[in-house]
Design a protein around this ligand. Sequence first.
Ligand code: SAM
Length: 404
Amino acid sequence: MRQTNKKRPGEVRDAIVDYLQTRPTGATVQQIKSAVYERLGDVAPSSIRSYLRLNTPTLFARTERAQYALTGFQEPARQRPVSPGKANTPFQFGDALLLHDDCLNWLRNREPSSIHAVVTDPPYGLFEYSDEQQEKLRNGKGGVWRIPPSFDGAKRSPLPRFTVLTASDLRRLEEFFVDWARLLVPVLVPGANVVVASNPLLSHVVSGALARAGLERRGEIVRLVMTMRGGDRPKHAHNEFNMVSVMPRSMWEPWLVFRKPIEGRVQDNLRKWKTGGFRRPSADKPFGDVIASSPTKKQERALAPHPSLKPQTFLRQIVRGVLPLGEGVLLDPFAGSGSTLAAANAIGYKSIGIERDARYFELARSAIPRLAHAKVGSAATKRDKSSLSSHRSSPLPPCGQLSA
Ligand SMILES: C[S@@+](CC[C@H](N)C(=O)[O-])C[C@H]1O[C@@H](n2cnc3c(N)ncnc32)[C@H](O)[C@@H]1O
Protein backbone atom coordinates (compact mmCIF):
# COMPACT_ATOMS: atom_id res chain seq x y z
CA MET A 1 0.00 0.00 0.00
CA ARG A 2 1.16 3.57 -0.81
CA GLN A 3 2.52 5.47 2.21
CA THR A 4 1.34 9.04 2.60
CA ASN A 5 2.52 11.55 5.19
CA LYS A 6 0.02 12.67 7.78
CA LYS A 7 -0.84 16.32 7.30
CA ARG A 8 -1.90 18.94 9.82
CA PRO A 9 -5.64 19.67 9.75
CA GLY A 10 -6.20 22.45 7.23
CA GLU A 11 -2.85 21.94 5.50
CA VAL A 12 -4.36 20.26 2.45
CA ARG A 13 -7.17 22.80 2.30
CA ASP A 14 -4.67 25.68 2.47
CA ALA A 15 -2.60 24.15 -0.31
CA ILE A 16 -5.69 23.83 -2.51
CA VAL A 17 -6.75 27.41 -1.76
CA ASP A 18 -3.23 28.65 -2.39
CA TYR A 19 -3.17 26.95 -5.80
CA LEU A 20 -6.69 27.97 -6.84
CA GLN A 21 -5.83 31.60 -6.11
CA THR A 22 -3.48 31.36 -9.09
CA ARG A 23 -6.19 29.76 -11.30
CA PRO A 24 -9.13 32.16 -11.37
CA THR A 25 -10.82 30.18 -14.12
CA GLY A 26 -10.56 26.96 -12.12
CA ALA A 27 -8.59 23.73 -12.37
CA THR A 28 -9.30 20.04 -12.81
CA VAL A 29 -9.04 17.63 -9.89
CA GLN A 30 -5.91 16.20 -11.51
CA GLN A 31 -4.27 19.65 -11.70
CA ILE A 32 -5.22 20.31 -8.07
CA LYS A 33 -3.73 16.97 -6.99
CA SER A 34 -0.44 17.75 -8.75
CA ALA A 35 -0.32 21.24 -7.23
CA VAL A 36 -0.93 19.87 -3.73
CA TYR A 37 1.72 17.23 -4.33
CA GLU A 38 4.19 19.97 -5.38
CA ARG A 39 3.47 21.90 -2.19
CA LEU A 40 3.10 19.13 0.43
CA GLY A 41 4.55 15.96 -1.04
CA ASP A 42 2.53 12.77 -1.13
CA VAL A 43 -1.09 13.26 -0.06
CA ALA A 44 -3.77 10.61 -0.47
CA PRO A 45 -5.76 11.57 -3.62
CA SER A 46 -8.97 10.51 -1.86
CA SER A 47 -8.40 13.13 0.85
CA ILE A 48 -8.06 15.85 -1.80
CA ARG A 49 -11.27 14.74 -3.48
CA SER A 50 -13.11 14.66 -0.15
CA TYR A 51 -11.80 18.13 0.85
CA LEU A 52 -13.13 19.46 -2.43
CA ARG A 53 -16.51 17.72 -2.02
CA LEU A 54 -16.94 18.67 1.64
CA ASN A 55 -16.05 22.34 1.07
CA THR A 56 -18.23 22.82 -2.02
CA PRO A 57 -20.08 25.20 -2.27
CA THR A 58 -18.86 27.02 0.87
CA LEU A 59 -15.24 27.39 -0.19
CA PHE A 60 -15.06 25.89 -3.67
CA ALA A 61 -17.38 26.08 -6.68
CA ARG A 62 -17.77 23.57 -9.49
CA THR A 63 -17.22 25.49 -12.72
CA GLU A 64 -17.52 22.76 -15.33
CA ARG A 65 -17.38 19.01 -15.16
CA ALA A 66 -14.51 18.14 -12.80
CA GLN A 67 -13.33 21.77 -12.57
CA TYR A 68 -13.10 23.59 -9.26
CA ALA A 69 -12.50 27.29 -8.50
CA LEU A 70 -12.56 29.32 -5.29
CA THR A 71 -16.07 30.51 -4.47
CA GLY A 72 -16.36 34.27 -4.89
CA PHE A 73 -12.76 34.53 -5.98
CA GLN A 74 -12.56 37.48 -8.33
CA GLU A 75 -10.66 36.92 -11.50
CA PRO A 76 -7.92 39.56 -11.45
CA ALA A 77 -8.82 42.64 -13.42
CA ARG A 78 -8.04 41.70 -16.97
CA GLN A 79 -8.60 43.24 -20.29
CA ARG A 80 -11.66 42.05 -22.10
CA PRO A 81 -10.48 39.61 -24.75
CA VAL A 82 -10.39 41.07 -28.21
CA SER A 83 -13.43 39.61 -29.97
CA PRO A 84 -12.73 38.73 -33.60
CA GLY A 85 -15.44 41.07 -34.97
CA LYS A 86 -14.10 43.99 -32.90
CA ALA A 87 -10.39 43.64 -33.66
CA ASN A 88 -8.77 46.42 -35.65
CA THR A 89 -7.60 45.45 -39.12
CA PRO A 90 -3.96 44.29 -39.21
CA PHE A 91 -1.40 46.98 -39.88
CA GLN A 92 1.45 46.32 -42.29
CA PHE A 93 4.52 48.50 -42.63
CA GLY A 94 7.16 47.05 -44.94
CA ASP A 95 7.98 43.63 -43.52
CA ALA A 96 6.36 44.42 -40.15
CA LEU A 97 2.87 43.12 -39.41
CA LEU A 98 0.99 44.32 -36.32
CA LEU A 99 -2.12 42.49 -35.13
CA HIS A 100 -4.73 43.60 -32.62
CA ASP A 101 -5.19 40.46 -30.54
CA ASP A 102 -4.45 38.75 -27.26
CA CYS A 103 -1.14 36.99 -27.80
CA LEU A 104 -2.37 33.86 -25.96
CA ASN A 105 -5.20 33.53 -28.50
CA TRP A 106 -2.86 34.23 -31.36
CA LEU A 107 -0.26 31.70 -30.20
CA ARG A 108 -2.92 29.00 -29.88
CA ASN A 109 -3.79 29.39 -33.56
CA ARG A 110 -0.34 30.02 -35.00
CA GLU A 111 1.24 27.50 -37.33
CA PRO A 112 3.88 25.37 -35.55
CA SER A 113 7.61 26.04 -36.18
CA SER A 114 7.03 29.37 -37.89
CA ILE A 115 8.78 31.91 -35.62
CA HIS A 116 12.58 32.26 -35.57
CA ALA A 117 13.10 34.63 -32.63
CA VAL A 118 11.23 36.56 -29.95
CA VAL A 119 12.17 39.92 -28.47
CA THR A 120 9.59 41.20 -26.05
CA ASP A 121 8.88 43.41 -23.07
CA PRO A 122 5.90 41.81 -21.34
CA PRO A 123 3.75 43.28 -18.59
CA TYR A 124 5.83 42.55 -15.47
CA GLY A 125 2.93 42.31 -13.08
CA LEU A 126 -0.35 41.01 -14.41
CA PHE A 127 -2.19 44.12 -13.46
CA GLU A 128 -0.43 47.16 -14.81
CA TYR A 129 -1.86 46.63 -18.29
CA SER A 130 -5.35 45.59 -17.15
CA ASP A 131 -8.30 47.84 -18.06
CA GLU A 132 -8.62 48.98 -14.45
CA GLN A 133 -4.96 49.93 -13.94
CA GLN A 134 -4.73 51.56 -17.36
CA GLU A 135 -7.78 53.67 -16.49
CA LYS A 136 -6.02 54.74 -13.26
CA LEU A 137 -2.85 55.54 -15.19
CA ARG A 138 -4.80 57.56 -17.78
CA ASN A 139 -6.60 59.44 -14.97
CA GLY A 140 -3.30 59.93 -13.13
CA LYS A 141 -4.79 58.56 -9.90
CA GLY A 142 -3.98 55.55 -7.73
CA GLY A 143 -3.15 52.01 -8.77
CA VAL A 144 0.15 50.27 -9.34
CA TRP A 145 1.53 53.18 -11.42
CA ARG A 146 3.28 55.91 -9.49
CA ILE A 147 5.01 59.10 -10.49
CA PRO A 148 8.56 59.00 -9.14
CA PRO A 149 9.55 62.12 -7.23
CA SER A 150 10.85 64.87 -9.47
CA PHE A 151 14.54 65.56 -9.41
CA ASP A 152 16.27 68.76 -10.42
CA GLY A 153 12.95 70.03 -11.76
CA ALA A 154 12.69 67.12 -14.26
CA LYS A 155 9.19 65.69 -14.70
CA ARG A 156 9.07 61.89 -14.54
CA SER A 157 7.06 59.26 -16.37
CA PRO A 158 4.84 56.95 -14.31
CA LEU A 159 6.44 53.63 -13.33
CA PRO A 160 4.70 50.47 -12.13
CA ARG A 161 5.43 49.68 -8.48
CA PHE A 162 6.40 46.02 -8.29
CA THR A 163 7.37 45.99 -4.64
CA VAL A 164 3.63 45.86 -3.85
CA LEU A 165 3.23 42.37 -5.37
CA THR A 166 2.31 39.74 -2.79
CA ALA A 167 3.40 36.09 -2.69
CA SER A 168 0.21 35.04 -4.41
CA ASP A 169 0.62 37.78 -7.08
CA LEU A 170 4.06 36.35 -7.77
CA ARG A 171 2.66 32.83 -8.08
CA ARG A 172 0.01 34.12 -10.46
CA LEU A 173 2.71 35.86 -12.45
CA GLU A 174 4.69 32.64 -12.65
CA GLU A 175 1.65 30.64 -13.80
CA PHE A 176 0.96 33.28 -16.45
CA PHE A 177 4.47 32.98 -17.86
CA VAL A 178 4.39 29.17 -17.76
CA ASP A 179 1.10 29.20 -19.70
CA TRP A 180 2.45 31.80 -22.13
CA ALA A 181 5.71 29.96 -22.77
CA ARG A 182 3.93 26.61 -23.20
CA LEU A 183 1.90 28.19 -25.99
CA LEU A 184 5.00 29.82 -27.43
CA VAL A 185 7.30 26.78 -27.62
CA PRO A 186 5.42 24.90 -30.40
CA VAL A 187 5.35 27.94 -32.70
CA LEU A 188 9.13 28.40 -32.43
CA VAL A 189 11.62 26.66 -34.67
CA PRO A 190 14.36 24.71 -32.84
CA GLY A 191 17.13 27.06 -31.74
CA ALA A 192 14.91 30.17 -31.74
CA ASN A 193 16.16 32.81 -29.30
CA VAL A 194 13.64 34.23 -26.84
CA VAL A 195 14.75 37.50 -25.23
CA VAL A 196 12.46 38.86 -22.54
CA ALA A 197 12.79 42.22 -20.79
CA SER A 198 12.51 41.97 -17.04
CA ASN A 199 13.56 43.73 -13.87
CA PRO A 200 15.74 42.66 -10.95
CA LEU A 201 12.75 42.16 -8.64
CA LEU A 202 10.89 39.71 -10.86
CA SER A 203 13.40 38.18 -13.26
CA HIS A 204 13.83 35.04 -11.13
CA VAL A 205 10.08 34.34 -11.33
CA VAL A 206 9.89 34.80 -15.10
CA SER A 207 13.09 32.85 -15.64
CA GLY A 208 11.86 29.87 -13.59
CA ALA A 209 8.57 29.88 -15.50
CA LEU A 210 10.23 29.88 -18.93
CA ALA A 211 12.50 27.01 -17.91
CA ARG A 212 9.50 25.06 -16.57
CA ALA A 213 7.81 25.47 -19.94
CA GLY A 214 10.74 23.82 -21.75
CA LEU A 215 12.95 26.70 -22.87
CA GLU A 216 16.69 26.56 -22.14
CA ARG A 217 18.20 29.43 -20.21
CA ARG A 218 21.17 30.91 -22.13
CA GLY A 219 22.07 33.83 -19.86
CA GLU A 220 20.98 37.42 -19.51
CA ILE A 221 21.70 40.58 -21.43
CA VAL A 222 22.41 43.49 -19.11
CA ARG A 223 21.01 46.77 -20.33
CA LEU A 224 23.05 49.35 -18.48
CA VAL A 225 20.57 52.05 -17.70
CA MET A 226 19.98 54.33 -14.77
CA THR A 227 16.36 53.77 -13.70
CA MET A 228 14.36 55.56 -11.05
CA ARG A 229 13.88 52.44 -8.89
CA GLY A 230 15.41 52.21 -5.44
CA GLY A 231 18.07 54.35 -3.86
CA ASP A 232 15.62 56.40 -1.75
CA ARG A 233 16.07 57.14 1.95
CA PRO A 234 13.47 55.71 4.38
CA LYS A 235 10.02 57.28 3.86
CA HIS A 236 9.14 60.05 6.33
CA ALA A 237 12.58 59.70 7.96
CA HIS A 238 14.81 61.14 5.26
CA ASN A 239 16.60 63.47 7.59
CA GLU A 240 17.06 61.02 10.44
CA PHE A 241 18.57 58.40 8.09
CA ASN A 242 20.03 60.59 5.41
CA MET A 243 22.91 58.18 4.77
CA VAL A 244 20.62 55.16 4.10
CA SER A 245 19.24 53.79 0.80
CA VAL A 246 16.39 51.35 1.47
CA MET A 247 17.09 49.44 -1.75
CA PRO A 248 20.00 49.70 -4.16
CA ARG A 249 19.35 52.24 -6.91
CA SER A 250 18.85 50.10 -9.97
CA MET A 251 21.39 50.86 -12.70
CA TRP A 252 20.72 47.96 -15.02
CA GLU A 253 17.87 45.98 -16.49
CA PRO A 254 18.00 42.22 -17.13
CA TRP A 255 16.84 40.90 -20.50
CA LEU A 256 16.48 37.15 -20.06
CA VAL A 257 17.92 35.00 -22.83
CA PHE A 258 16.28 31.64 -23.58
CA ARG A 259 16.35 29.28 -26.52
CA LYS A 260 14.16 26.49 -27.81
CA PRO A 261 16.39 23.38 -27.67
CA ILE A 262 18.29 22.82 -30.91
CA GLU A 263 18.18 19.76 -33.15
CA GLY A 264 21.60 18.10 -33.28
CA ARG A 265 24.65 20.37 -33.48
CA VAL A 266 24.47 24.16 -33.78
CA GLN A 267 25.77 23.95 -37.36
CA ASP A 268 23.00 21.46 -38.29
CA ASN A 269 20.39 23.68 -36.71
CA LEU A 270 21.75 26.77 -38.45
CA ARG A 271 21.57 25.02 -41.83
CA LYS A 272 18.09 23.65 -41.34
CA TRP A 273 16.31 26.33 -39.29
CA LYS A 274 18.63 29.38 -39.64
CA THR A 275 18.70 29.67 -35.84
CA GLY A 276 20.71 28.48 -32.85
CA GLY A 277 23.11 31.35 -32.19
CA PHE A 278 23.51 35.12 -32.26
CA ARG A 279 24.56 37.36 -35.12
CA ARG A 280 27.95 38.91 -34.44
CA PRO A 281 28.26 42.68 -34.73
CA SER A 282 31.30 42.03 -36.92
CA ALA A 283 33.54 39.09 -37.78
CA ASP A 284 36.02 39.92 -35.03
CA LYS A 285 33.49 40.79 -32.34
CA PRO A 286 31.19 38.31 -30.56
CA PHE A 287 27.65 39.24 -29.58
CA GLY A 288 28.03 40.35 -25.96
CA ASP A 289 25.78 40.41 -22.94
CA VAL A 290 26.30 43.96 -21.69
CA ILE A 291 24.85 46.81 -23.70
CA ALA A 292 25.28 50.40 -22.65
CA SER A 293 22.00 52.21 -22.97
CA SER A 294 20.18 55.24 -21.68
CA PRO A 295 16.57 55.94 -20.76
CA THR A 296 14.32 56.44 -23.79
CA LYS A 297 14.91 59.91 -25.18
CA LYS A 298 12.28 62.61 -25.10
CA GLN A 299 12.19 62.81 -28.91
CA GLU A 300 11.36 59.09 -29.17
CA ARG A 301 8.74 59.31 -26.45
CA ALA A 302 7.11 62.11 -28.40
CA LEU A 303 6.89 59.79 -31.45
CA ALA A 304 5.49 56.89 -29.41
CA PRO A 305 4.00 57.95 -26.06
CA HIS A 306 3.73 54.49 -24.47
CA PRO A 307 4.52 54.25 -20.72
CA SER A 308 7.04 51.41 -21.26
CA LEU A 309 8.68 52.55 -24.49
CA LYS A 310 12.15 51.06 -25.00
CA PRO A 311 14.82 52.97 -26.92
CA GLN A 312 15.58 52.17 -30.56
CA THR A 313 19.36 52.29 -30.08
CA PHE A 314 19.16 49.40 -27.65
CA LEU A 315 16.37 47.46 -29.39
CA ARG A 316 18.10 47.52 -32.76
CA GLN A 317 21.17 45.88 -31.24
CA ILE A 318 19.17 43.09 -29.61
CA VAL A 319 16.88 42.59 -32.59
CA ARG A 320 19.78 42.36 -35.00
CA GLY A 321 21.55 39.85 -32.78
CA VAL A 322 18.72 37.34 -32.31
CA LEU A 323 18.61 36.14 -35.94
CA PRO A 324 22.09 34.68 -36.43
CA LEU A 325 21.88 34.62 -40.24
CA GLY A 326 19.54 37.59 -40.55
CA GLU A 327 16.80 35.27 -41.86
CA GLY A 328 13.41 34.35 -40.45
CA VAL A 329 10.51 36.00 -38.64
CA LEU A 330 10.83 37.85 -35.35
CA LEU A 331 7.86 38.03 -32.96
CA ASP A 332 6.97 40.56 -30.28
CA PRO A 333 3.83 39.20 -28.57
CA PHE A 334 3.53 42.25 -26.24
CA ALA A 335 4.15 44.88 -28.87
CA GLY A 336 3.05 48.08 -27.07
CA SER A 337 3.99 50.97 -29.34
CA GLY A 338 5.53 48.57 -31.88
CA SER A 339 9.09 49.66 -31.04
CA THR A 340 10.48 46.13 -31.62
CA LEU A 341 8.81 45.99 -35.04
CA ALA A 342 10.22 49.42 -35.85
CA ALA A 343 13.70 48.18 -34.90
CA ALA A 344 13.23 45.05 -37.07
CA ASN A 345 12.13 47.24 -39.93
CA ALA A 346 15.17 49.48 -39.54
CA ILE A 347 17.43 46.40 -39.68
CA GLY A 348 15.57 44.84 -42.60
CA TYR A 349 14.02 41.85 -40.78
CA LYS A 350 10.52 40.41 -41.06
CA SER A 351 8.48 40.83 -37.88
CA ILE A 352 5.07 40.24 -36.32
CA GLY A 353 3.73 42.11 -33.30
CA ILE A 354 0.63 41.46 -31.22
CA GLU A 355 -0.99 44.15 -29.07
CA ARG A 356 -4.19 43.65 -27.10
CA ASP A 357 -5.00 47.22 -26.05
CA ALA A 358 -6.91 49.04 -28.82
CA ARG A 359 -5.39 52.39 -27.86
CA TYR A 360 -1.81 51.11 -27.96
CA PHE A 361 -2.56 49.31 -31.22
CA GLU A 362 -3.67 52.66 -32.71
CA LEU A 363 -0.61 54.34 -31.26
CA ALA A 364 1.66 51.68 -32.81
CA ARG A 365 0.20 52.26 -36.29
CA SER A 366 1.61 55.75 -36.32
CA ALA A 367 4.67 55.04 -34.16
CA ILE A 368 6.17 52.13 -36.14
CA PRO A 369 6.97 54.12 -39.30
CA ARG A 370 8.22 57.09 -37.27
CA LEU A 371 10.43 55.03 -34.95
CA ALA A 372 11.74 52.94 -37.86
CA HIS A 373 12.92 56.11 -39.60
CA ALA A 374 14.26 57.74 -36.44
CA LYS A 375 17.98 58.43 -36.48
CA VAL A 376 19.28 56.94 -33.30
CA GLY A 377 22.95 57.34 -32.61
CA SER A 378 25.11 54.37 -33.48
CA ALA A 379 22.42 51.65 -33.61
CA ALA A 380 22.18 49.24 -36.51
CA THR A 381 20.35 50.17 -39.65
CA LYS A 382 19.80 48.33 -42.89
CA ARG A 383 23.27 49.49 -43.83
CA ASP A 384 24.38 47.30 -40.96
CA LYS A 385 26.92 49.51 -39.30
CA SER A 386 29.73 47.67 -37.61
CA SER A 387 29.49 49.99 -34.60
CA LEU A 388 26.66 47.75 -33.40
CA SER A 389 26.65 46.11 -29.99
CA SER A 390 29.39 48.21 -28.53
CA HIS A 391 30.30 46.52 -25.30
CA ARG A 392 32.12 49.50 -23.96
CA SER A 393 30.18 50.84 -21.05
CA SER A 394 29.72 54.52 -21.65
CA PRO A 395 29.20 56.75 -18.63
CA LEU A 396 25.74 56.31 -17.15
CA PRO A 397 23.30 59.08 -18.00
CA PRO A 398 22.59 61.60 -15.28
CA CYS A 399 19.74 60.51 -13.03
CA GLY A 400 17.70 63.56 -14.00
CA GLN A 401 16.69 61.74 -17.20
CA LEU A 402 13.50 59.83 -17.63
CA SER A 403 13.58 56.09 -17.55
CA ALA A 404 11.58 53.60 -19.52
C1 SAM B 1 5.60 46.60 -21.28
S1 SAM B 1 4.53 46.98 -22.57
C2 SAM B 1 5.54 46.88 -24.01
C3 SAM B 1 6.06 48.21 -24.44
C4 SAM B 1 7.04 48.13 -25.61
N1 SAM B 1 8.29 47.58 -25.19
C5 SAM B 1 7.31 49.48 -26.23
O1 SAM B 1 8.48 49.87 -26.35
O2 SAM B 1 6.36 50.15 -26.62
C6 SAM B 1 3.54 45.55 -22.67
C7 SAM B 1 2.39 45.66 -23.67
O3 SAM B 1 1.76 44.38 -23.74
C8 SAM B 1 0.36 44.58 -23.93
N2 SAM B 1 -0.28 43.32 -23.47
C9 SAM B 1 -0.52 42.91 -22.20
N3 SAM B 1 -1.04 41.67 -22.21
C10 SAM B 1 -1.14 41.30 -23.52
C11 SAM B 1 -1.60 40.12 -24.17
N4 SAM B 1 -2.08 39.08 -23.47
N5 SAM B 1 -1.54 40.06 -25.51
C12 SAM B 1 -1.05 41.11 -26.25
N6 SAM B 1 -0.62 42.26 -25.67
C13 SAM B 1 -0.66 42.35 -24.33
C14 SAM B 1 0.04 45.81 -23.07
O4 SAM B 1 -1.15 46.44 -23.51
C15 SAM B 1 1.29 46.65 -23.29
O5 SAM B 1 1.11 47.58 -24.34
